[in-house]
Each structure stands twice: as structure tokens, then as C-alpha cells.
Design a protein around this ligand. Structure first.
Ligand code: GLC
Length: 754
């Protein structure tokens, strides 16, 4: 196979909003999206239409281009792009000329057949973070990855690829940050200097254009903000989906589902959600209910609702081939399924047996699929779990000649799950009128945060998986996915009781808090682990509910600027070496103010790397000096979690579900510190879209140690808070023992002196 190297620039022309560059064997286009976002697309021949599943923004209408003998030059207020002409190479610099990222001087962009790769200079101290759901270390330097959405059942701590594709990473070197998003749904490759003698990194894809967005903002959070500006942000999730979720493959009957829900209430263990996995259906036929075991879905739903439970049901893409089955008949009649080139419907085996697969790349198919959700919403289901959408079929190897829309499988496979989630979200959002649906998907592509939460598929009940899962969650957060979770306890194999307890305590600090297990495994519910463990699990779940006002405010940040709620420490401290040490790389900030140190279930003491500043153990208020490694007790009853000095954390009393009213008192916990801090408190009705029209309640809360005051600034928005009183709980103050009184939570400025 010949290797073609992009040659010299033969000419260039700027038309409104795009710089077109002619090269010996190809062409390149440059667009500017903002002063910190530049797009480069290199192609043998660009298609006439320019589409993206991920990007929701348009480039600027115009920009200036300069030229010298050697370079084509583009400057924004933040970046300099220098395009060398002989040969064609792209180099990005900060506005003051510091190199951010440069093509490898020797190779730049090359083709082998349709496969296109760009080679980049590797800086001596360069680190890489990102790519979403990828195993391995936080720092991806020295490793390589493939994106090819896969039903990765039984994956291990080094498996690759898994279920999702997020071809976006952030590079860190010389005290500088940059981001790069390769918007290409073909099978793609990222090599962060794995086997290049530390000379270069490279990335590319099996086909399509070498189409990337370069982000030059300084600071990881700023790059995430830009990336999610480009690809969209999550909308506010339904509050109930942030409560505890109990799942299993499967609760086999309505009776069992109700028994689970009742037991939560009887034992006073808070919970909001119970799931129906595939066995609620008739022969695994999507949008049906099993007539024997779920004979009266409405009756079941009514009882669940009366107990303040929401139900999430699974839907897979595979449509059973069976005449008389509504979904099958309609799909055939309207030609809605993926096809072979001769027009035959593609058939693969999944749970229902022989199946066809909806072509979610077509709008009419998405609408048809979406409309069928009324079979679930009519009885009151408002959560929709999209599984097996890599797409998965037994044997995994879907033929490459299967066609979706006008494209073959290899070109768009990585976006199939996203299109299914898109169909599910958009239509259930319409069906439920002004209520927020909850959608959960296993497969995803960049931009999926607009439609769905994700979980990390079929993990295992081991300590190693618990820690790996945390890295996956932290890494997904870098790529715009804030609403993420893992199967707590591990999907396959049975966790030890100790691991179950530990993992559940970590689940409190996971954006989506869901316990799930494979068929045939031991039952997993909180009461299955002995009375003493049940009490620990219960206490931890209660802690989740106490923290919900803080967690909800954290999700607001994701909706506002894309910042995830589970944040790798590399977001705030990208150049702090210890953040990347294997023993600390799983640590994360949960929201602005809590540092969480995941630890194995058999370690009763653990080393924690505390970042700069002072910290307080959340459980004891013990004060610890930061900027050092500390050894702390980590019994199963007390996961190491630390509040930052100056932290402001809104909490509430324990409720059994998010529907319960509570005592109406917002508890404002404040930890003493030397520096002034502020927290943005956010609230809305938790289940409608009225917040988009101003029906929210938002106020800045300031801690001002110099003047010894906590000030709640005036309220913004028209929503009336569900709290009528506020109570300050002081931590680490001399006033700590002062009796705590609750005062009215008025909308005007509130000042609390200490
Ligand atoms: C897949 C899913 C798992 C689910 C099972 C049965 O393995 O990843 O979560 O329980 O299918 O539907």
C-alpha cells in the first residue's frame, strides 16, 4: 500500500468563513469558531455537504488571513495558526508565540488507502488526558487507543475499545493547555507516543476527513467549556434521577418490582428509582409488556408512584423478526431497518433471537421509534434505558456492508448509539410534554451529553473495577459527559460484602448512583448484606439525599458551562505531578468543594494526596493541612471525603425520596478558611423545563472571613424555593458550639455574622 504524504501548498483561497488550501494530493479547509477554537479539515476530497453528529455551532462568517513566503498565517486574539506551505504543516501557538501543538515536521498528514493519520510533535513533558470511557491511567502518555463502539462484556482494566467514542483529548505541556477533537465517526486511533521513541503522537481514522477542532484556551476547565460550547451541554436532569437507583437483570415480575420498592420504604432506605430490565417484555419484544408477569403495568406504576418511585425500563435496538409484532410489521412496511446493499434487511441475533435494526440515522425512523414510547409513558414510565446500541449482535462482527442511511456501517457505527439516544430523548421529551425524561445509554459519541446519561457497561465486582470505574467516570467528565455512572457492586461476579459497602459509599459521590447486577448473581439490594452492612449502606444513601441540594447545584454548572460534577484533579491542577501518580489518580473533586479518595475495600488506612489549602474530613471535621500526602483511616463506615477550607455546601434533611417535601430547612454548611469563597446555589422544580424561561432560584453565597460574615446575595429567577428557612452549620469556627437557629430563607440579601 502506498503512503501518501500531504505535499506542498499549491494555492489557497479565502471565501467567506473558510480558507481553502490546495495541496498536491489533497485539500484542507480552515474555519474559525471562536478566538480559541479553530477547525482544520484535511481531505483527499471534501464532500459537498458538511455534517456533524457532534457539533452544534457554526463557524464565524469571516476572518483575516495573511501570507509570507513560508506561511499562511491566521491570528485570533488568543491563537496563532501558522500553516507552512512546503510542506503543508499546521502549528498552533498562543497569542504571544508559545508553541501549543505542531505537526511532526517530517510527516504531517498522510494517507494509506483511505486511512488518514496526522502526526504531531511530542513535547518532552507532554501529558494527555481525555478520550472519555477509556481504560488505563489518567495520563494517557505512552499508550494508544482505538474508537470502535463495542459490546465489551467482561472487559478488564486494560481492555480497549469499550462502548463509547469520544475522540477528544487535552494536551498539557510547558505549563500550557490545548484540546483536540477529531470529529470523525469511522474507526479512529489515538497514539500518545506509545511506540515512537517519544518522538511523536498521532491520531487518525480508517476513512473520512482528518477533521479536527483545535482548542487553545488556557486551563482545562476553559477547554471543557469550549468543547461543550461546540458540542452542546446536558439539560438539567430530573431531580429524581439523582436519587438512589436500584436495578437488576431482572426483577422478573411486577410483584417483585413492587416488593423491592416496598422494602426500601419499609426499611427506610431512601430511593427514587427501580428498573425493569429485559424480562418485563413479551419475548424481549421492545415496547411490549409480558402479559403474565407484568399483566397490569398501570396498576404496578400506580403503586410505585404512590410510594414515590420512578420506573426506568430498558429498550434495545434489536426488533424481533415476528409477523404480527407491531414494531416489526411497521418497520417492514415502511422500510425502517438497516440494510445490505441489495436492499435486504440486515438480520442479527440478540436477546429476542433474529432481529432487524432500526436505522436511527434517518429522521423518519427516529420519529417512528420515538412515537412508540407511548406504550411506556402512557402508564407513567419516565426513564428510558438504551442498551446494546453499539450496536451489539451476538458474535459482534456486524458485516461491513450493512448500510445505515446512505452510509456503510464502518463509517457511522460509532454514532449509532448516540442516534438511538437522540431519538429516545427528543421524542420522550415531546411525549412527556413539559416533563424531563431520563435517558441512559451504553454506546455514545461526542455530543451525547445533549440527550442522555451514560453508564460504563458490564464491569465486574472487584476492587480493581471499582477504581477503574472511577477513572472512567472522571475521564468521561473531561469529554462533556457529566451524568455518568457505573454498575455499583459490579455487573458480573459477586462482590464481597466489604466491597459492596465500599462501592456503595463511593456511589454517593458518583453522578448517577445505580446498583445493578447480572442475572444469576446474588441479590444486591442494600438489605442483602447482613444487618450491620445494611446500616452502613443505608447511612451512605442517606448522605446522598442530604447532599442533593449541593449535587443539584453541581449539575447546574454542567448545564451552564459543561464542567462535570465528578472532576479529575487534573482539571484544576493539570501541572501538579502527584495528581497523576497511580495511587492518587482516582481521586476527584465532587463538585466545587469535596475531595473524594476512592480506596479498596480491604484497606483500612490509605494515603491521600490533599491539594493546596486546608481540608476538613467530612465525617469528623478534623482539620488537615494540604499540599501534602496524608495517611488517613478509611474504615468501611467512612470513605475518605474532605471539605475544602472555605467550602459552602448546601444540604437538606434526610428524605426517603426526592418527591418527599422534607422539613423545609436548607442547611448551609460552611467550613472555616482564610480565603473568601463563593458558591452558586441553584434550585428549580426539578422536573419541568420552566427553568429555561426563568423559573429557577439562583443565588451566590459568599463566605468572607475578613469581615466574618456569610452573605447570601439576592435571588435571581422567579422560582419559589422549596425551602422556607435556612440554617447555617459552622465547621471549624469558634462559634461552632453556638446553638444553630433557622432563619427565614428570604429572597433579599441575608447576612450572617459569626
Ligand atoms: C447488557 C447490559 C446490562 C443488562 C443486560 C440485560 O449486558 O449491559 O446492563 O442488564 O444486557 O439487558
Amino acid at each position: 500500500m502506498e503512503t501518501v504524504i500531504a505535499g506542498n501548498v499549491q494555492g489557497f483561497k479565502q471565501q467567506a468563513g473558510v480558507l481553502n488550501i490546495q495541496i498536491a494530493h489533497a485539500e484542507a479547509k480552515v474555519f474559525i469558531y471562536s478566538p480559541t477554537i479553530i477547525r482544520v479539515s484535511i481531505s483527499k476530497k471534501h464532500a459537498d455537504t458538511d455534517g456533524s453528529f457532534a457539533v452544534i455551532r457554526q463557524p464565524l462568517a469571516d476572518f483575516d488571513v495573511d501570507e509570507s513566503a513560508e506561511f499562511i498565517k491566521i491570528n485570533t486574539t488568543a491563537l496563532k495558526l501558522r500553516i507552512s506551505k512546503s510542506p503543508l504543516r499546521f502549528s498552533f501557538f498562543t497569542a504571544d508565540g508559545k508553541p501549543l501543538s505542531e505537526d511532526d515536521a517530517r510527516f504531517g498528514t498522510t494517507w494509506q488507502g483511505e486511512r488518514v493519520i496526522t502526526h504531531r510533535k511530542l513535547y518532552a513533558d507532554e501529558k494527555f488526558i481525555g478520550l472519555g470511557e477509556k481504560t488505563g491511567n489518567l495520563n494517557r502518555r505512552g499508550t494508544s487507543y482505538t474508537n470502535w463502539n463495542t459490546d465489551a462484556v467482561d472487559y478488564g482494566p486494560k481492555s480497549d475499545p469499550l462502548y463509547k467514542t469520544f475522540p477528544f483529548f487535552i494536551g498539557l505541556h510547558s505549563g500550557l493547555t490545548y484540546g483536540l477533537f477529531l470529529d470523525n465517526t469511522h474507526k479512529s486511533y489515538f497514539d500518545f507516543g506509545a511506540t515512537t521513541d517519544d518522538e511523536m503522537s498521532w491520531f487518525g481514522a480508517d476513512g473520512g476527513d482528518l477533521n479536527y477542532y483545535f482548542f487553545g484556551a488556557q486551563g482545562v476547565a476553559k477547554i471543557i467549556e469550549d468543547y461543550t460550547w461546540l458540542t452542546g451541554r446536558m439539560e438539567m436532569p430530573p431531580l429524581w434521577s439523582l436519587g438512589y437507583q436500584q436495578c437488576r437483570w431482572s426483577y422478573m415480575s411486577a410483584k417483585e418490582v413492587l416488593k423491592i420498592a416496598k422494602t426500601f420504604r419499609k426499611k427506610k432506605i431512601p430511593a427514587d428509582v427501580v428498573y425493569c430490565d429485559i424480562d418485563y417484555m413479551e419475548g424481549f419484544k421492545i415496547f411490549t409488556w409480558n402479559k403474565k408477569t407484568f399483566a397490569d403495568p398501570q396498576g404496578m406504576m400506580d403503586q410505585l408512584k404512590a410510594m414515590n418511585f420512578h420506573l426506568v425500563t430498558i429498550v434495545d435496538p434489536g426488533i424481533k423478526i415476528e409477523e404480527g409484532y407491531h414494531q416489526y410489521d411497521e418497520g417492514i412496511a415502511n422500510d425502517y431497518f438497516a440494510k445490505y446493499p441489495d436492499g435486504e434487511n440486515y438480520t442479527g441475533y440478540v436477546w429476542p433471537g433474529r432481529c432487524h435494526f432500526p436505522d436511527f440515522f434517518r429522521e423518519d425512523v427516529r420519529e417512528w421509534w420515538g412515537a412508540a414510547f407511548t406504550s411506556l409513558t402512557d402508564v407513567g414510565v419516565d426513564g428510558f434505558w438504551n442498551d446494546m446500541n453499539e450496536p451489539a449482535a451476538w458474535g459482534q462482527n456486524m458485516p461491513w456492508i450493512v448500510k445505515f442511511g446512505d452510509k456503510y456501517m464502518p463509517e457511522v457505527r460509532n454514532a449509532y448509539g448516540m442516534q438511538m439516544a437522540r431519538a429516545t430523548y427528543n421524542s420522550t421529551k415531546t411525549i412527556l410534554k413539559n416533563k424531563r425524561p431520563f435517558v441512559l445509554t451504553r454506546a455514545a459519541y461526542a455530543g451525547t451529553q445533549r440527550y442522555s446519561a451514560v453508564w460504563t457497561g458490564d464491569n465486574m465486582g472487584t476492587d480493581e473495577h471499582m477504581l477503574l470505574g472511577q477513572r472512567l467516570v472522571n475521564s468521561l467528565g473531561i469529554t462533556g459527559m457529566s451524568f455518568t455512572g457505573v454498575d455499583i457492586g459490579g455487573f458480573t461476579s459477586n462482590p464481597t460484602p466489604e466491597l459492596m459497602v465500599r462501592w456503595n459509599s463511593l456511589g454517593v459521590y458518583t453522578p448517577m448512583f445505580r446498583n445493578h447486577a447480572i442475572k444469576g448473581s446474588k441479590m444486591r439490594e442494600p438489605w442483602e448484606w447482613g444487618a450491620a452492612n445494611e446500616q452502613i449502606i443505608k447511612k451512605d444513601i442517606e448522605q446522598r439525599y442530604r447532599l442533593l441540594p449541593y449535587i443539584y447545584s453541581g449539575f447546574y454548572q454542567s448545564a451552564l458551562n459543561g464542567l462535570p460534577i465528578s472532576r479529575t484533579l487534573a482539571i484544576e491542577f493539570p501541572f501538579e505531578e502527584k495528581v497523576y501518580y497511580e495511587r492518587f489518580q482516582n481521586q476527584f473533586m465532587f463538585g466545587d468543594n469535596l475531595l473524594v479518595a476512592p480506596v479498596e475495600s480491604d484497606k483500612m488506612n490509605t494515603e491521600v494526596y490533599l491539594l493546596k489549602g486546608d481540608w476538613y474530613r467530612l465525617s469528623t471535621d478534623e482539620k488537615l493541612k494540604g499540599d501534602k500526602i496524608v495517611n488517613v483511616p478509611s474504615p468501611l463506615t467512612d470513605l475518605p471525603v474532605f471539605a475544602k477550607a472555605g467550602a459552602i455546601i448546601p444540604m437538606q434533611n434526610i428524605v426517603q425520596s426526592t418527591t418527599e417535601k422534607g422539613d423545609g430547612i436548607l442547611q448551609l454548611h460552611v467550613w472555616n478558611g482564610k480565603e473568601a469563597t463563593e458558591f452558586m446555589y441553584y434550585e428549580d422544580d426539578g422536573d419541568s423545563y420552566d427553568y429555561e424561561n426563568g423559573a429557577y432560584y439562583k443565588r451566590i453565597i459568599r463566605f468572607d472571613p475578613k469581615h466574618k460574615i456569610v452573605r447570601l446575595l439576592a435571588v435571581e429567577g422567579s422560582f419559589v424555593s422549596r425551602f422556607s428557612k435556612v440554617k447555617i452549620v459552622w465547621h471549624g469556627f469558634e462559634t461552632q458550639n453556638k446553638p444553630i437557629t433557622s432563619i427565614p430563607f428570604i429572597n433579599d440579601v441575608i447576612e450572617l455574622k459569626y
